[in-house]
Design a protein around this ligand. Structure first.
Ligand code: ATP
Length: 319
């Protein structure tokens, strides 16, 4: 459904996107995760035809976004960052205007508006002025305009930013419902959001795509941690003799212990094999455990591996 190839974009000296490539298939719900300034909005604006890249290409539903912009836009439901909803209009008047802009025929407009307000829980707010709605409800109005022409692809830029925790839960639940019938790409700087909603995550840092993984892969781990009270000679060669061990890395010293990370096949069995080996050699073991990888630890490892420090931290809470 989406094919992004080597997209690049700079603003004067700032490289906002650097040769970003990925595909998204029909029915996926994908989180575009990155701290402030990572390039998420730039990428989304290019994908939705509102910004021209310096290089690369974007295809949506087999059409080139730069060449067939209007046709592509008609097939996308786009919620920009800070959805531009007009406060002086009622929900109904605003959605009627949007129906016109989406070129929904007059005969179908009533039905489209009704379906959109039902899906977003706005049915009893039709006559209310948008300016008097809570921010969460204004965001629903933005989502209603994005879905009213029934696009197969929804692209939301930071859909929960600035909302309170209750509103966040409501909007996430709405996104989950919409995912039953649409492909969804949304950007966020909140790890918990990706974990709560996505099949897959794209991690963008300093304009570069640093990870493209299904969530299950990110949670998987094949590491065992061995903490010793004191160092022992020939630990690495002895562990390397275990057939399923692939790598042994000494990590930072923790308190009074020495920490090793051992990677290998079948980590569940590996930890007991390492335990046996430790006993045979009389090693002063403090603890042995299977490493649990979280999205947060993966993200932090990626963020630390890059050259520049992050401009703003990625939130680990849900706000
Ligand atoms: P945020 O979450 O803060 O919106 P983002 O991940 O969406 O961040 P972008 O808005 O795409 O990131 O910005 C990427 C980089 O490009 C940033 O360094 C930003 O300051 C810069 N940038 C974005 N738009 C412009 C512009 N119109 N002119 C100059 N620099 C820009």
């Amino acid at each position: 459904m989406i094919e992004i190839r080597q997209l690049s974009k700079s603003y004067d000296e700032i490289t906002a996107l650097n040769e970003v490539s990925f595909d998204i298939g029909k029915g996926e719900i994908v989180g575009l995760l990155g701290p402030n300034g990572a390039g998420k909005t730039t990428l989304i604006k290019i994908m939705t035809g509102y910004l021209h890249p310096d290089g690369g290409s974007a295809q949506i539903n087999g059409r080139n976004v730069m060449e067939e912009t209007l046709t592509v836009q008609q097939g996308i439901g786009y919620l920009p960052e800070n959805a531009p909803v007009y406060p002086e209009l009622t929900v109904q008047a605003y959605l009627s205007l949007m129906a016109e802009l989406h070129k929904i025929s007059p005969a179908d407009q009533g039905r489209s508006i009704l379906d959109a307000v039902k899906a977003t829980g706005l049915a009893d707010r039709l006559t209310q002025r948008i300016g008097t709605l809570s921010k969460g409800y204004r965001q629903r109005v933005g989502i209603a305009q994005a879905i009213m022409h029934k696009p197969a692809l929804l692209i939301f830029d930071e859909p929960t930013v600035g909302l309170d925790p209750t509103q966040i839960v409501e909007i996430r639940s709405l996104i989950r419902t919409l995912a039953q019938n649409s492909t969804i790409l949304f950007s966020t700087h909140i790890l918990a959001e990706v974990e709560a909603l996505c099949d897959r995550v794209l991690i963008l840092l300093n304009g570069e795509l640093r990870a493209d993984s299904v969530m299950e892969e990110l949670r998987d781990t094949n590491g065992v941690i061995l903490v010793l009270k004191s160092d022992v000679p020939r630990l690495k060669p002895i562990l390397a003799q275990i057939p399923t061990v692939q790598t042994v890395t000494r990590q930072t010293t923790e308190g009074t212990g020495l920490r090793y990370r051992i990677e290998g096949e079948r980590p569940d069995e590996l930890s007991s094999v390492i335990y046996q080996t430790s006993r045979e050699h009389g090693w002063p073991v403090r603890e042995i455990y299977n490493e649990v990888t979280t999205l947060e630890s993966r993200f932090n490892a990626l963020a630390m591996a890059r050259q520049d420090p992050p401009k703003a931290p990625v939130s680990t809470d849900s706000r």
